[in-house]
Design a protein around this ligand. Structure first.
Ligand code: FO1
Length: 320
């Protein structure tokens, strides 16, 4: 399979996206993968500046991620959390004792004026991650989840309330004034990428916040690189997280076809190829009617080899 020549840009958020990013990092030469990461899940908690999608990606790419949880560190201890609980302090957002070092150091560096992009590059280097990890913006963008019991900051919805409230919509506070990552915009203008990959992350709360940054999705569409999307929904289910539940609550059928429709309606002309799982092969015709090429393979990533196989498959696609 002709491997793609040049650098690759992946858009990712959450645990699902990090899995494909790991497969891509494994099959590409060091330094050829760039990952544009969602930061709209970031929040200040216990006085700490927390960036869950950046940390999940860095821990995954550096082989440190907690394999059971998908987030946080392997072999973690929770002494600080249990001490906070004993004090009656907020302990619903689980910060492991070793993970705490990342939050403490980032909070200190950003308070000293370092930008998130610079700190993320420093952290990647300290974790020996050779891929380029680009926070989607240095500006403050925060996902608000609109539910039938009111508006919730993302982590309150996702962790504190365990995704239980029924969603009615999403908004990204601050996004209209935010600038997309300048390095990535420059690389797009320089036509540095041979392919753009949208990872199987939650379309609403991981990918939309990135694509809706002013000027970004149009820059992706104008770039010569084919844009390949890997469906986060397989046989009507999200493999991790609340995407299928959100779709049902938004009145959408939770299917790969509806994800393709969501992206093609919001970002017309962006997608060149949509990758679906073999179990969804019957949806291919309807997706092609959206004007998108369809590629079919096994998209369920259980083993490391699965991640590498899916990465190789996606990199071999050129789109229409
Ligand atoms: N997710 C949870 O479901 N429960 C947690 O207690 C939790 C803690 C946590 C700490 C650090 C971190 O980087 C991620 C953490 N996550 C937790 C995951 C996080 O909420 C999500 O991965 C993203 O925000 C959405 O993908």
């Amino acid at each position: 399979m002709a491997a793609v020549q040049g650098d690759v840009l992946a858009l990712s958020g959450g645990v699902g996206g990090a899995k494909l990013a790991l497969g891509l990092a494994d099959v590409l030469a060091p330094g050829r993968l760039h990952v544009l990461v969602n930061t709209a899940d970031d929040f200040r908690h216990l006085g700490l500046y927390i960036c869950p999608d950046i940390d999940t990606l860095l821990y995954t790419l550096s082989g440190r991620a907690n394999s059971t949880l998908g987030w946080g560190l392997e072999g973690e201890t929770w002494q600080t959390m249990s001490a906070l609980e004993q004090l009656g302090a907020d302990a619903w957002f689980r910060l492991g004792d070793r993970d705490m070092a990342t939050h403490l150091w980032r909070t200190e560096q950003l308070a000293g004026g370092m930008r998130l992009t610079a700190f993320t590059a420093l952290l990647a280097e300290r974790l020996s991650v050779s891929s380029h990890i680009h926070p989607m913006t240095n500006d403050r963008v925060r996902t608000i989840v609109h539910t039938d019991s009111g508006d919730l900051p993302f982590q309150h919805y996702f962790v504190r309330d365990q995704c239980k409230p029924a969603v009615t919509g999403f908004s990204f506070d601050g996004i209209s004034a935010a600038h997309p990552n300048r390095d990535v915009m420059r690389l797009l203008q320089q036509k540095a990428f041979a392919q753009v990959l949208i990872c199987p992350s939650n379309p609403f709360v991981s990918i939309d916040p990135i694509l809706q940054l002013p000027g970004l999705w149009l820059a992706l569409r104008e770039s010569p690189a084919p844009v390949v999307v890997v469906s986060p929904i397989v046989a009507g289910l999200a493999l991790k997280g609340p995407a299928a539940k959100m779709m049902a609550e938004l009145g959408m059928v939770s299917s790969a076809l509806e994800v393709a429709r969501h992206y093609s309606q919001r970002y017309p002309g962006l997608m060149d190829c949509f990758v679906i799982d073999e179990s969804d092969a019957t949806l291919a015709g309807a997706i092609r009617e959206l004007g998108v090429e369809v590629a079919i393979t096994s998209t369920v990533m259980k083993s490391r080899a699965d991640k590498q196989d899916l990465a190789r498959f996606a990199l071999g696609l050129r789109g229409s």
